[in-house]
Write a protein that binds this ligand. Structure first.
Ligand SMILES: Cc1cc2nc3c(=O)[nH]c(=O)nc-3n(C[C@H](O)[C@H](O)[C@H](O)COP(=O)(O)OP(=O)(O)OC[C@H]3O[C@@H](n4cnc5c(N)ncnc54)[C@H](O)[C@@H]3O)c2cc1C
Length: 530
């Protein structure tokens, strides 16, 4: 069963190794486990539904609670304390496009606001109902999850948009294919959610972001059905896929989507390389990506993130041996870890890995083989479970991300980390900040920052700490000329910063598109554009 107030399946856990607990305590001080609200009390507080009856809509307390919040830190605070405030008035589980059209007509006729819901893994407030007089209906796509069509010759697969990462991959695997889209939230997030938030998977260097994988689809909007055909390429004016990508539920409900699948790779390998410092690591990564080597992943951690990863990994004996080996090669404090991945044919793999490792060596890199890379790959969808363990120990973790051209990367990291450190100092608390380059391009990189701080006894104080940290870091991103989000989307939390990047005219154009498809403003109001 899925956790109602945390990440993932109840049966799965990520206990903190003993050394990791000490590491966190040294970084931010001893933390006190919070007093979480109980499920029964939270269910008892769900208010009466304001929705007129409809055969497709459930108004029971449990489904409304399970669809009330996403996975951002404010969402966690709301769920863990039971102070949720606004619930959807009902949840519908349509099984066809016709049922979705019926729900849109119902919403228009009753003045109801409608929120499309995929896996609920949003970390920017996308699926939260806004307060107001109008009733709110959440439309879960969970039952629209089948493979509808598979064009073997072209590798084009059409799925119901509510299909989750594991279900989508299982259906493609059975046909010898893969989509290769693996965001860290893969276990729970859905195809429709990936498209609506412009998401990026961990192996995007090879497979591409969702923008490249999304070939076309069907979107049910209040103005009618938008059917975007799947061409290999087209010069027929502006591409309508670009309107759907990142639409965050504002235009309508994506009911089905055609994606570009790839045959399963003959070889996949992940290697770890350590550098004496971040500058050499970054120079190597830039050289590799600009040489256009066919790798699937280059993920470079700063010294603090490298130390944190090694501390949280457990396996004390293995890590001790690794540290000794690296010390013998002159890599001690300040060393940085790169995880380098290859996906593709065996023959190409030999050349690509050899060439990439030779570029890392030219920049002082020490290749430590496949063991550490294999461990990373094995645990990559387990890491989010650490959020549950840390919270229960009294520690909040949040992440933020941006992307900039290569020349701005060092200044951007410095600006975000300083902003977070400066903000926490004002609260008298401590913070542990660590960063990596997660998705790299020939012309720049995304920057992914994680931070840990202590939960306060008073949840309002925890929220105040987070708001200060988020605001200062977002202001730093804007001041340094970065995008407010490389992969998480806009939702509510990033909306105030959108105009800085789109300009007033650009934002006006986005607003006009929303109004064109949804003249009465019933679709997910308050998200993306205010
Ligand atoms: C632990 C964790 C790790 C994450 N890792 C990554 C990562 O590696 N890469 C990444 O890009 N993101 C990541 N995310 C963010 C999140 O998983 C993505 O934004 C994901 O694409 C959301 O998909 P979802 O199905 O959960 O959508 P939801 O959260 O349900 O919805 C998100 C938005 O999309 C809209 N939407 C959803 N389905 C539809 C539909 N069918 N039609 C119209 N609109 C729809 C919703 O209305 C909402 O506005 C992570 C989140 C968590 C909690």
């Amino acid at each position: 069963m899925r956790r109602w107030n945390g990440w993932g399946e109840e049966a799965r856990d990520y206990p903190l190794p003993g050394g990791a607990r000490r590491f966190v305590e040294e970084a931010i001080g001893p933390a006190t486990p919070p007093r979480d609200a109980g499920l029964e009390d939270v269910l008892a507080a769900v208010p009466l539904s304001r929705l007129p009856a409809h055969p497709l809509i459930e108004t029971g307390a449990l489904p409304r609670l399970m669809h009330a919040r996403g996975q951002s830190l404010p969402d966690w605070l709301a769920l863990r304390t039971g102070r949720i405030g606004v619930f959807p008035d009902g949840v519908a589980f349509p099984a066809s496009s016709a049922e979705v059209r019926d729900l849109i007509r119902y919403a228009a006729a009753t003045g109801t606001r409608l929120i499309p819901y995929g896996g609920g893994t949003s970390v920017a407030g996308h699926i939260n109902p806004s307060p107001g007089d109008a009733p709110v209906l959440t439309v879960s796509l969970a039952r629209l999850n089948r493979l509808e069509r598979f064009d073997e010759a072209s590798g084009l697969a059409t799925f119901g948009a509510g299909v989750s990462g594991p279900d989508l991959e299982a259906q493609l695997r059975a046909r010898g294919m893969t989509l290769g889209h693996f965001p860290q939230s893969w276990e729970l997030s859905t195809l429709g959610g990936w498209i609506a938030t412009r998401s990026s998977g961990q192996q995007s260097l090879y497979y591409g972001r969702i923008e490249r994988l999304f070939a076309g689809g069907v979107i049910e909007t209040p103005a009618g059905t938008l059917d975007v055909p799947s061409f290999p390429a087209s010069a027929a004016g502006p591409d309508l896929r670009e309107i759907v990508l990142g639409s965050e539920g504002r235009l309508g409900v994506i009911t089905s989507a055609t994606v570009r699948a790839t045959p399963l790779p003959a070889r996949e390998t992940f290697r770890a390389v350590f550098f004496p410092d971040f500058e050499s690591g970054m120079a190597a990564v830039r050289a590799i990506v600009q040489a256009r080597l066919p790798l699937c992943m280059l993920r470079l951690s700063t010294p603090v993130e490298t130390a944190t990863t090694l501390a949280l990994a457990g396996h004390a004996r293995l890590i001790g041996a690794l540290e000794n080996l690296l010390a013998l090669r002159g890599l001690k404090n300040g060393k940085c870890m790169l995880i380098l991945g290859y996906t593709g044919s065996k023959a190409l793999g030999r050349t690509a890995i050899k060439e990439a490792l030779s570029l890392t060596k030219a920049h002082g890199g020490v290749h430590v083989g496949g063991t550490f890379g294999k461990q990373w790959h094995k645990g990559r969808f387990r890491t989010p479970y650490l959020r549950n363990t840390l919270w229960e120990a009294g520690v909040a973790i949040d992440t933020l991300e941006t992307a900039v051209a290569w020349e701005r990367v060092p200044a951007m990291i410095e600006a975000i980390e300083s902003a977070l450190n400066g903000a926490i100092a004002e609260t008298g608390e401590r913070i542990h900040v660590f960063t990596h380059l997660s998705h790299v391009y020939p012309y720049g990189s995304s920057i992914y920052v994680s931070y840990l701080f202590r939960l306060a006894d008073d949840p309002d104080e925890t929220l105040r700490r987070w708001q200060l940290l988020k605001a200062r870091a977002s202001q730093a991103v804007v001041a340094q000329g970065g995008t407010i989000t490389h992969q998480h989307g806009v939702g509510v939390d990033h909306a105030p910063y959108l105009e800085a990047e789109k300009g007033a005219l650009g934002l006006g154009a986005i607003r006009a598109v929303c109004e064109y498809f949804d003249p009465a403003g019933i679709m997910n109001p308050g998200k993306l554009v205010e």
